[in-house]
Design a protein around this ligand. Structure first.
Ligand code: ADP
Length: 457
């Protein structure tokens, strides 16, 4: 097992990794930017190294600075958290060359998963269902027109190196395709330094459903009960839950066995998430693999009883699967929901950095909060707006929702705006309560709210 782990991240996920290390008796090194000097991850790590100024490009994304911090402190492994360097295969390679274990999949696997048309082809090859689309990169608008004609409109043009919802264009009819194709290529080039795009059938109102995977270095893969992440705005998830109200035990089992096979075939190790879209008939189609731990991992921990971050550390150290996951984590025990509490205006979604003047965490049965925020802390404007994850669980979905309602009410954050009021409104919606929603839910919900406000005025 590792003696000392450096955590190349900040905020709640850095603290989350520190928790796992403490439980395993592993020493920890925090790295921080000048803006994060007083952060809790700095306080609770055994050692801390300042790696640069506030801007992430010069601190949390600065590979030589992170590697030097690991070398100076004698860390034998690095946990990258999510975001920042977590899916950077070059970084993982530099770690290995520097004799520091990167806690994640091998660099070549991360690289393959990062080229989305290749990941799609690899999954399809292993029998995982994918949407009809192009075979690999599409070179020209003419070629795209001919493929789209075969699939049928609407289609979506996506960047091969894409992420964060950028570089995507929805095409509803052939006449729109050539200009949108050029735009997608240009945006892909500007955002990801590669103009490569591919084509997929567009589902107008899908559900977003994903499967957590853990894989050891000895060929064993475990697939966990799914997460439903359809409550999203601009492709950013707001509320996640497990299990999905729409996935049957039969479908779960069928996808899990195909996925285990596929992940083994690509040589996947450590933790990852495989994302799917569900069509109106309830069929699932692969869209992408996230080769890291995800924000929403706690709901899976709750319904399966497996500590995923400890699992990452044990697997990276070479442990075999039965020591990490003793029995199949496919059948959920109860229900869990996560609300992402962001520092933002719940009406306009404008970021709301600043000092938190009062802070009360909810507690009681079935409540977990992952956060690095506290009274008098300053939320800096430089990073992601996520300040806390509020997770509730219960024997049923209804009990988890009831607990979320009272936990949101007892979660006090003063001095900055947060998304708490938005969550309260969504949870009160009858369609949400009935489990009837897809990825278009939040937009529709916000439009209706606006209309109601206007008609009252
Ligand atoms: P990124 O890596 O940029 O996040 P994804 O492939 O994960 O890209 O897609 C992000 C989101 O875009 C999905 O959650 C979904 O809402 C939407 N999307 C992607 N592909 C399709 C599709 N074929 N049909 C409908 N929506 C899609």
């Amino acid at each position: 097992m590792f003696r000392k782990i450096l955590i190349a991240n900040r905020g709640e996920i850095a603290l989350r990794v520190i928790c796992a290390c403490k439980e395993l008796g592993i020493r920890t090194v925090a790295v921080y930017s000048e803006a994060d000097r007083h952060s809790l991850h700095v306080r609770f790590a055994d050692e801390a190294v300042c790696i640069g100024p506030a801007k992430s490009a010069r601190s949390y994304l600065d590979i030589p600075a992170v590697i030097s911090a690991a070398e100076v402190t004698g860390a034998d492994a690095i946990h990258p958290g999510y975001g920042f360097l977590s899916e950077n295969a070059d970084f993982a390679e530099v770690c290995e060359i520097s004799n520091i274990r990167f806690i994640g999949p091998p660099p070549d696997v991360t690289r393959l998963m990062g080229v989305k048309d290749k990941a799609r082809a690899a999954m399809a090859h292993a029998g995982v269902p994918t949407l009809p689309g192009s075979e690999g990169v599409v070179a020209s608008a003419e070629e795209a027109l001919s493929i789209a004609g075969g699939i049928g409109y609407p289609v979506i043009i996506k960047a091969s190196a894409g992420g964060g919802g950028r570089g995507m264009r929805i095409v509803r009819e052939p006449a729109d395709l050539p200009p949108l194709f050029t735009q997608a290529q240009q945006e892909a080039l500007a955002s990801f330094s590669s103009p490569d795009v591919y084509l997929e059938k567009y589902l107008p109102a899908p559900r977003h459903i994903e499967f957590q995977v853990l894989a050891d270095n000895h060929g064993r893969v475990e697939v966990f009960c799914e997460r439903e992440c359809s409550i999203q705005r601009r492709h950013q998830k707001l509320i996640e839950e497990s299990p999905s109200p729409r996935v049957t035990p039969e479908l779960r089992l069928e996808i899990a066995s195909k996925l285990a096979e596929a992940m083994r075939a690509v040589g996947y190790t450590n933790a990852g998430t495989v994302e799917f879209l569900m069509d109106e008939e309830g069929r699932l189609y692969f869209i992408e693999v996230n080769a890291r731990i995800q924000v929403e991992h706690p709901i899976t921990e709750i319904v399966t009883g497996i500590d995923l971050v400890k699992g990452q550390l044990l697997l990276a150290a070479g442990e075999r699967m039965p020591a990490v996951v003793p029995q199949s984590p496919l059948a959920p025990r109860g229900h869990a929901i996560e609300c992402r509490i962001n520092a933002e205006n719940p009406e306009t979604f404008a970021p709301s950095p600043g000092r938190i003047t009062a802070f009360n965490l909810p507690g009681g049965p079935g409540v977990r909060v992952d956060t690095a925020a506290h009274t008098d802390c300053v939320i800096p404007p430089y990073y992601d707006s996520l300040i806390a994850k509020l997770i509730t669980s219960g024997r049923s979905r209804a009990e988890a929702i009831a607990r979320m309602n009272r936990a949101l009410e007892m979660f006090v954050v003063e001095g900055i705006h947060t998304s708490i009021p938005l969550h309260q409104r969504i949870l009160a919606d009858p369609d949400f309560q009935a489990g009837c929603f897809d990825t278009t839910f939040v937009n529709r919900f916000l439009r209706e709210n606006q209309r109601n406000a206007a008609s009252k005025a």
